[in-house]
Design a protein. Structure first.
Length: 250
């Protein structure tokens, strides 16, 4: 049985003091649950302190992005070794905001996936369609292209243990949310793609999260679907009460 995984992507929110307060609130409210993995992804400036604060807890640490370069003249970028050095074991790659706002291509995400895996970081590999792509009937073509190009050249052995996050772009930060049936349909499609590209074993054992306006009120019904194994949470993770509520409903 696949473990449920709830990850909170804080995005560009919380300074250091706010991060400390939020982590302490989460720790205070969170009850250890063996069947649910909890991950937080604060801003880079809070990662080192976050690592110290969650030490000894069941909370894991993720970065929100990273470069596929090891080092060099890349002002503002951050490398795999840098995020590992402050305690990250996960990294979010290919988030829709990186794709739509910062112009990251499938090939960029592919290079980052390879670098993360080579660096012993577990990627949270994000994919998803825009509203225009869904309404034009291109949704499955878009997602298949993101999956195939994003995972090109990555072996089954190397991909094992990685997390996939399906996040319909039209449901991120909009208050809109895919219905459980809509989300399940796409999750099943992604799992079948992994089976086709790799194997039934890898497909059956890969965690596929849903991301897009997840709240405590809708989390249980979404995560209760056959192929939905957790959530990549945005706005709702900035409140300890709502984030822990989602964990509890998982």
């Amino acid at each position: 049985m696949r473990q449920k995984v709830i990850a909170g992507n804080w995005k560009m929110n919380t300074d250091l003091n706010e991060s400390i307060s939020l982590i302490n609130d989460i720790k205070e409210k969170l009850v250890d649950r063996d069947n649910v993995k909890v991950i937080i992804a604060p801003p880079y400036t809070s990662l080192d302190r976050a690592s110290q604060l969650i030490s000894g807890s069941n909370i894991s640490l993720s970065a929100q992005n990273m470069s596929y370069e090891d080092s060099g003249a890349f002002t503002g970028a951050i490398s795999a070794s840098m995020i590992k050095s402050v305690g990250c074991t996960y990294v979010i790659l290919g988030h829709s905001e990186r794709r739509t706002i910062f112009g990251e291509k499938n090939s960029d995400v592919n290079n980052k996936m390879k670098k993360a895996i080579a660096s012993d970081l577990t990627p949270i590999f994000c994919i998803g369609e825009t509203l225009e792509e869904r309404e034009s009937g291109e949704m499955k073509n878009v997602i298949e292209k993101q999956v195939r190009e994003g995972l090109e050249g990555i072996s089954e052995q190397d991909l094992t243990g990685s997390i996939v996050a399906y996040e319909p772009v039209w449901a991120i930060g909009t208050g809109k949310v895919a219905t459980p049936d809509q989300a399940q349909e796409v999750h099943a499609f992604i799992r079948n793609l992994l089976k086709e590209i790799y194997s039934e074993n890898l497909a059956n054992n890969t965690v596929i999260q849903y991301g897009g306006s997840v709240k405590p009120e809708n989390a249980a019904e979404l995560i209760g679907q056959t192929d939905i194994d957790g959530a990549l949470v945005g706005g709702a993770c900035l409140s300890a009460e709502s984030f822990v509520g989602i964990v509890n409903n998982a």
